[in-house]
Design a protein around this ligand. Sequence first.
Ligand code: BES
Ligand code: ZN
Length: 602
Amino acid sequence: MTRIGGEDLHSYARPVEARVTHVALDLAADFEARHLSGTARLTIASEAGASHVVLDTRDLDVLGVSDAAGGALAYALGDPDPILGRALNVQLPAAGGDVIVRYRTDPNAAALQWLSPAQTAGKVHPFLFSQGEAILTRTWIPTQDSPGIRQTYEARVAVPSALSAVMSAEALTPEGVAEGTAEGGHRLFSFRLAQPIPPYLIALAVGDLGFEATGPRSGIYAEPSMLAAAAFEFANLEDMIAAAEALLGPYRWGRYDVLVLPPSFPFGGMENPRLTFATPTVVAGDRSLVSLVAHELAHSWSGNLVTNATWRDFWLNEGVTTYVESRIMEALYGAERAGILRVLAWRELHNEIQRLGGASSRDTVLHIDLEGRDPDDGATLIPYEKGAALFRAVESAVGRPAFDAYLRSYLDRHAFESITTATFLADVRAHLVRGDTALESLLQLEAWIYRPGLPDTAAVPRSAALDRVDAEAAAFAAGAAASTLKTSGWITQEWLHFLGALPAALDAARIADLDRAFGFSDRRNSEVSFAWLRLAVQHRYLPAMPAVERFLNAQGRRRFVRPLYEDLLTTDWGAAEARRIYARARPLYHAVVTSTLDPMLR
Ligand code: BES
Ligand code: ZN
């Protein structure tokens, strides 16, 4: 059977028979019970003769299904699968029309994080946010949860009066509409997104939120205590949008806002349409980590406009985006800074290939095999950095003007489509290679996409600035005192490169020398702290332990938290410390973090 958008291993839907085209949510958020409850009204396009529509659900309480007139429709839930959840098979209304599912989410719905006031920056109000990618939307919305099945959506969300709701959609009632009495009353917020999107991009956040504009079509949402710092950090949003448009064509989503989440947000960023969700750990005070926003903004084209049809094609989302992120950084901050970021990422890519078992590991293939696996298994650095390296290789083979023209035309040709790797390959061949056999063999596209490791022809990024940093790291390794190193004027990324370039064997006295000279334990840049504290733990530099504990209690970003606990656990002295710190910090962390850490630390 052929499927719209390709064969998706991670959805029960059968879109060729009946396909959801629009979702209308009517939900109330209950912070005491920790659930959303209400209805999802689904518009369905079905083949003549189709009798049922198959939806995805996971941990969802389905309370009833009806047609638009309120008549009951027969439905059945399939057996639960730990990764995929349960199919919801619904009889289609005989006379056609929408299907209305009445439901309630589980307090432990994987897509929803309900934060207590203590887990927020402001400490007074609770907070809720959703995270749909990859296949978690089915834990809060009963729909066809496949990136190949695009849907428009609208929503009405009732929240406690003191809070506001934001979504990845146009806000029709930005201030909300008060309902009920002041005591126990609520506010109703309405939203609509006219562009069809994959359901993993439907997103909601509810909390005590302030807003500050950064320009006519952009701004920052954050808890009031974070707002000024966040608005300062991302003051150049309009410039970023302009740089992206110059490369990729008009921004097609209207507004671009950034929501800075409470510290327990487990990811760096999430490209929800019109409203990127971002970790507060990039609010460094000096705008040094804004490449994260360049990345999420780039997804407005690669990912949100042209979407991976299945999670095997995830590299199409992240590879193009990582390439574009670098181009935006180059346009705004110059080739030197962009080059530095590429070299840092290249080292991370090599570390990742080692972690995955070396260059022959199947998990280093771009078009990854996910049969029987959670799509999260594919969310390594491979789709990001190997993917970006592929696009840099194509750029260098055809020249930047030809590549830029191709990239833009590719995004336009497939706008609002979900495409597979095979479709991408056919597109490059039809519109860029065009039968040029010399170019085809130079590009080695099949090797890049279907074989493990990196082709020999992959260009190694270089940075003169980081070569100088390497020289200082080498001098230190050879015995020079930290205070004699030439580090003046180093930017955050030079410090990060320095920390990563130090030799594996250093005794605690040498680590202490670095700390004394450069004050690493007292730094507040999250990336520098992360790199430094790992080094400190790996070398049993105990004076940094209070900083380790502070860092693990200050934020819950998975990329920072997990490796630090793992490092502590692999020492002969740190395991008990790790368990003690974890016991206290655990309530801060999101389920995607505790689910990996609990087996190790509880
Ligand atoms: N789309 C991803 C986040 C994601 C991927 C969530 C897979 C769930 C499953 C987002 O664009 C992203 O890549 N975020 C990165 C930061 C980015 C700057 C590389 C992150 O969260 O670490
Ligand atoms: Zn991304």
